[in-house]
Design a protein around this ligand. Structure first.
Ligand SMILES: [Fe+2]
Length: 368
């Protein structure tokens, strides 16, 4: 059999009401918690009150950094680092979607290590062990609660860069589906498609193995069957989609993503398109291209789930998400620049692929 490497140090609780039940365990990881979150959802959803009540009841000290931007950049992280040091926190509780967890992980690294956030892009050695990260995901997409990635916008290059290290994988993840009660349907669709993209891209990565394959296939089946119903508000389907996003996290933690994510970054940075929406939009065109350029066998395998690669666009459309670049503000004259940005954004992705030459312009033109 093929070689397998599997490392997952995250203690996971997947349970409705799990926040009340398991958050007290955070005492095992530090003396003062830094809650890292976005500016609105944590308050509007009532989640902050819930967390506060638990921490106070357990007499756990905490500070709150509710400043994470929807697309956090290096400056946003540095602000958090400063706050974390000032407040003397020794443990991070990241509450939110991918952005909060990305920033939480980056603060964990930088608070204990000198220099700038950008010094830690890529896979670096750390002088000091990062702070422990505990994650409470509030969307059904990123899988970041179990991954070694922290993705941060790097304005100098108009793209996103990734900090990668097993040392930033959260120690504890609490997946409590009740957090999805207040997530708007369009975000269930977009983040669900992010998970879909993780699992589909993972399956095409040259770094996949038997483990990651099992996770990505199961995740895709669950999403294909449940995402639409989840968007319509069905409780059971929401829980399945939430689970599927966790599985997608396992898959990409091993394999990384490929060019859907790499190409999507510039849509987010340049046009403000939601990360999941960007992936959802590009995925059908990328997969159709790859089907005809070296990935027929793999995609035939996935066609067992979704029938035909041509069905992907209809699926995305049925979720109420845009399916053409022109629908998200891209102009025809932008395509050359986007092609250049795709090349930069996909440098890393290409390392996970068996073909090294991609006609980005062709994919972008068809997506336009
Ligand atoms: Fe993603």
């Amino acid at each position: 059999m093929e070689k397998i490497y599997f490392h997952l140090p995250t203690k996971i609780y997947f349970e409705k009401g799990g926040i009340e039940k398991y958050l007290p365990e955070i005492k095992n990881y530090g003396n003062k918690v830094l809650i890292v979150s976005g500016r609105h959802f944590i308050f509007k959803s009532g989640l902050f009150e819930r967390i506060k009540r638990i921490l106070e009841k357990e007499r756990i000290e905490y500070s709150h950094f509710p400043e994470v931007l929807p697309e956090p950049d290096t400056e946003n992280v540095e602000k958090g680092v400063k706050f974390c040091k000032k407040e003397n926190c020794d443990c991070i509780l990241a509450v939110g979607g991918g952005s909060a967890m990305d920033v939480g992980k980056a603060i964990a690294v930088r608070s204990k290590n000198p220099g700038k956030v950008e010094d830690y892009f890529g896979e670096k050695e750390y002088e000091n062990e990062p702070l422990p990260v505990i994650a409470i995901p509030t969307t059904c997409g990123t899988g970041s609660e179990v991954t070694r990635y922290s993705v941060i916008v790097y304005r100098k290059e108009n793209t996103k860069k990734t900090i990668r290290s097993e040392k930033i994988i959260p120690k504890l993840a609490i997946l409590d589906v009740s957090v999805l009660d207040t997530l708007p349907p369009n975000l269930i669709a977009a983040t669900g498609m992010d998970a879909f993209s993780h699992s589909a891209e993972s399956f095409l990565s040259i770094r996949k193995d038997k483990f990651s394959e099992i996770f990505s296939i199961e995740s895709l089946k669950l999403l294909w069957e449940n995402l639409q119903k989840a968007v319509e508000g069905d409780e059971e389907s929401k829980e399945k989609v939430f689970f599927a996003s966790l599985l997608g996290g396992f898959a990409i933690n091993k394999t990384g993503t490929i060019i859907v994510h790499g190409m999507g970054y510039s849509l987010t940075v340049k046009y403000g398109v939601h990360h999941g929406t960007a992936n959802a939009l590009l995925l059908p065109y990328v997969f159709e291209y790859l089907y005809n350029n070296g990935y027929r066998e793999e995609i035939e395998e996935l066609n067992k789930i979704w029938g035909n690669v041509k069905n992907l666009k209809e699926f995305v459309e049925s979720l109420g998400l845009p399916v053409r670049l022109r629908d998200v503000g891209v102009k025809e004259e932008d395509l050359d620049e986007l092609t250049g940005l795709a090349r930069v954004g996909c440098e890393r992705a290409l390392k996970n692929m068996k073909i090294k030459e991609i006609d980005f312009k062709k994919i972008l033109t068809s997506a336009f």
